[in-house]
Design a protein around this ligand. Sequence first.
Ligand code: MSP
Length: 638
Amino acid sequence: MAEKFFLTTPIYYVNGQPHLGHAYTTVAADIIARLNRLMGKKVFFLTGTDEHGLKIQQTAEKLGISPKELADKNANRFKELWKILNISYDRFIRTTETAHVEAVKYILQKCYEKGDIYKGHYEGWYCVGCEEFKTEKELLEGNVCPIHKKPCEYIKEETYYFRLSRYTDKLLEFYEKNPQFVKPEYRFNEVKEFVKQGLKDISITRPRNRVKWGIVAPFDENQTVYVWFDALTNYLSGVGYPSPEYREWWPADLHLVGKDILRFHAVYWPAFLMSAGEEPPQQIFAHGWWLVEGHKISKSLGNVIDPFVAVKKIGVDPFRYILFRETPFGEDGNLTRERVLNRVNGELVNEIGNLYSRVVSMAYRYTEGRVEKTDALPFAGEYTQLTGEVLGNYLKLVEEFKFHKALEETLRFAEFLNRYIDLTKPWELNKEGKKEILKGVLYLLTDGLRILTHLLFPFIPTSMERALKVVGLEGLQNFTGLKPLSLKTPHRVGKKENLFRRITEKDLTFIVKVEGKPGEEKMEQKPEGTEFIEFAEFQKVVLKVGEILQVEEIPKSKKLYKLTVDLGEEKPRTIVAGIKPYYTPEELRGKKVIVVANLKPKKLMGIESQGMVLAANDGENFSLLTVEKSVKNGTRVS
Ligand code: MSP
């Protein structure tokens, strides 16, 4: 019986449209699925959408539609994109499906019965973008999420905890026994380091009155399940859990994820599974992130790549090809116009597309499209040796996820065939006495195209399906049986066709070049002239001189002080400021600072902050803004 291979992509949030990052993980999974099918394995490829949680609830609220409507709309967008990208998934799971909801309740109940879930309360900073509580150490400027660059919400509420702390040693032992569990290895080391520091229990439910859009916890109807617990369970429910058929596929052979969500997969997920009495997955691969022309991709910079547009402009396979051609899978990549232009025109059009055209044209010109095997096969030894080498290397490289190297080998093979034409000069062989050699040359070249089509197929299946027809092949063979000089004859080549279109700079405007050096985007993003504001607008901000009277520590906070500041008003104000790492209370007392006096009050660590003190931070030095002479408290700064 064929060996099974179960692989997954993350399930994508439906609060927005699919972007380059989503396309990247899914195309990678598609390549792996296709490779494994070609190697004769029985593959199950699972993808889908993550539809619950605060992020989706809030986006839907903003749009004035229901979360389900939002989910339906965007889940369809993902499905459309996978169709365009020729993704060969077997199942598209949505976490709002009843069967999934039941599976989540079932597994959670199992953990509960195991004694791994207990009631408590939670207090801390929550980033809705990440759908994750953050530690103060991770936050910037007191409460800003380092990934989303937006302030987190301070939340204090009842919750159920999962006893993750119980699994520190079990996980370390599991990692020890499964050295291939996480790839690349350096990322596995990061995971181990994190676990070695000791794991804390994690909150896995949310009060239903705050997060309505979620699965109701089986043990408390006033709580909904934390979206990550819900989402991770898709890997089981997607193959039928808890009905016994899931055992045909579980444990998953490979979870493919981006580096940003590795911890959820390599730490939390195996712990949940151990608790529920299920085996952890076999392997997790974490890939890197894409930059565009050296800059981080972000909505505010306007350099988000819409895969629908990219495919329209350059074609589906060039798009898939450039994502895997150059950047080692696992590392961060940089998408640039120049690279896309060179790879597509230089390799797909010139090296590969041309080769197919040349061979098929010659077959028509010299032998009416017929290909026969003869004994006269120039350079047959070299060809056989190279093919063996390339196939061997290729299979080893894809097994190690070194897709860019596997494509390098593939190009080496195409180059050989191109050189073979230049060397044997078929146009000089079309004469009496040489015709047998000409036939041999055409046979070898057609056989080469057969092999080349297989090597390229997992990466660029749409063009290679057409290539099969061009070469005159009925279908693909199993990789393991792929041998040089085994094309069956008599053979007829198919109809000549240009497999790839040459692209120009004009096709590449979807790759937006942001002005300025990376990291300076904020200053550079707006075109000249638009960065000015009216004086009246500036006047809306009321800045005043205030004197710091008192400085108090806030329990459990490493960054914040509670300041009492005199603004010349009836009562001094309370201001919470993230300046603890830079000043001692003694240094602060009596200091005259500049305060934004009309900022809407906000609760930080449970304390209402009635303003903000201004400071400058260049990364090395942090300095509060003060006044040079002793102006009266409450004086307006203008
Ligand atoms: N819903 C969760 C995953 C739950 S899995 C049980 C989630 N969804 S997501 O919509 O944010 O998409 C996640 C995937 O997109 C991740 O694998 C992430 O790494 C990938 N990418 C997002 N931006 C990216 C780039 N700029 N480059 C490459 N991939 C990136 O997280």
